[in-house]
Design a protein around this ligand. Structure first.
Ligand code: MRU
Length: 353
């Protein structure tokens, strides 16, 4: 697989996901403002990849920090990156991680030390993400029924992360464990992450993938062919409600109706346990032209009223399990999610209790 995102001397290099699969081209972001634009315009996308891009964006920004007013400049960098996309909590998680490091570890130290520390942290976020996805894959592989088809929605693959993927990581790990499975990819209107990105990505790995339009999901879920559904997430509330690409909710309801298990694969950094339920998750509204046009060609009459929420909320009751790097959370999620996400006690802490 090609790198989704890479830190280099000349800036942050991203595989341009707006051009795939027609063209494999890379964009170099030389400033934090360019990183913010790349997130907004979806050159890079997918919750974990957005988090990695934000961490790199903060580090990149600080390479050009002024001699005076460093704190104010740092806050501007963080605010600019935070104002890009509202739903994926990994964005805010990554910026908070950089903020904590800045204010708690290197505040008022030499600018050189600040820069080196923030760059190393961004690289650490990148490397951790790949390791986390492989762990998600290991935990999820056993849930995938052998000899069946996995249905997925949007792209929760290597392209949506630093590498390997969450939902597609589970599929990769299941294939690596010897399971004979294939994949159905919803095309995922209106941005077509399924058709353009998931199919392309799985083709690179030689995993057999069939493209279906979103409105065919019910037909195939009823057919008996689909062994399970695995999708990613942009934010998961404390009660297990899941925000993911719009259309996920419909797939989850259809899966339950047809007794097909519906799994969500996501890192712990996608949990937002400060929110009691999915109702509190902000949903990004995207431009109307994404709906009225297909690749720049207008398909709806002039003057059409449009709604374009980029995400929807799947209530926890439809979710059979949430696959994280620390294991699989099962209902009731109010109990299983905090248990998984809290740091495990060190042997010395638990000794004698
Ligand atoms: O709008 P996008 O393409 O950023 O939406 C991406 C998704 O909804 C993914 O399923 C989610 O971010 C998980 S990616 C591992």
């Amino acid at each position: 697989m090609l790198d989704t995102i890479r830190w280099t001397e000349s800036g942050v290099i991203m595989l341009d996901q707006t051009a795939l699969p027609r063209e494999v081209r890379f964009v170099t972001c030389a400033t934090y403002v360019e990183v913010a634009d790349a997130i907004k315009t979806m050159i890079i996308r997918g919750a974990p990849a957005i988090g990695v891009a934000a961490a790199m964006g903060v580090a990149l920004g600080m390479l050009k920090a002024p001699a005076d007013g460093v704190d104010a400049y740092f806050d501007t960098v963080c605010r600019t990156l935070a104002a890009t996309r509202p739903t994926a909590v990994n964005l805010f998680w990554a910026i908070d991680r950089m903020k904590r490091l800045y204010y708690e570890k290197v505040h008022r130290r030499s600018i050189k030390e600040v820069q080196t520390t923030l760059v190393n942290e961004a690289l650490q976020v990148y490397l951790e993400d790949i390791a986390i996805n492989k762990a998600i894959g290991r935990h999820g592989a056993s849930l995938v029924p052998d000899g069946k088809t996995v249905l997925t929605h949007c792209n929760a693959g290597a392209l949506a992360t630093a590498g390997y993927g969450t939902a597609l990581g589970v599929i990769r790990a299941a294939v690596a464990s010897g399971k004979k499975i294939d994949v159905f990819a919803d095309e995922t209107r209106p941005f077509l992450q399924g058709a353009r990105l998931t199919v392309w990505e799985l083709q690179q790995d030689g995993i057999r993938t069939t493209l279906i339009t979103d409105n065919m999901a019910g037909h195939f879920l009823h057919s008996g062919r689909i062994g399970c559904v695995v999708v990613g997430a942009d934010r998961i509330a404390a009660n297990g409600d899941v925000a993911n690409k719009v259309g996920t909710y419909s797939v989850a309801v259809l899966a339950k109706e047809n007794n097909v298990p519906f799994y969500v694969a996501a890192p712990i950094s996608t949990l937002d346990l400060t929110l009691a339920s999915g109702d509190q998750i902000p949903i990004e509204q995207r431009p109307a032209t994404e709906v009225t046009e297909v690749f720049g060609v207008r398909v709806a009459p002039d003057g059409t009223d449009v709604q374009n929420p980029a995400f929807d909320i799947t209530p926890a009751r439809y979710v059979a399990g949430i696959i994280t790097e620390k294991g699989v959370a099962r209902p009731p999620y109010e109990e299983s999610l905090p248990a998984l996400s809290s740091p495990r006690p060190q042997p010395s802490e638990s000794a004698g209790r």
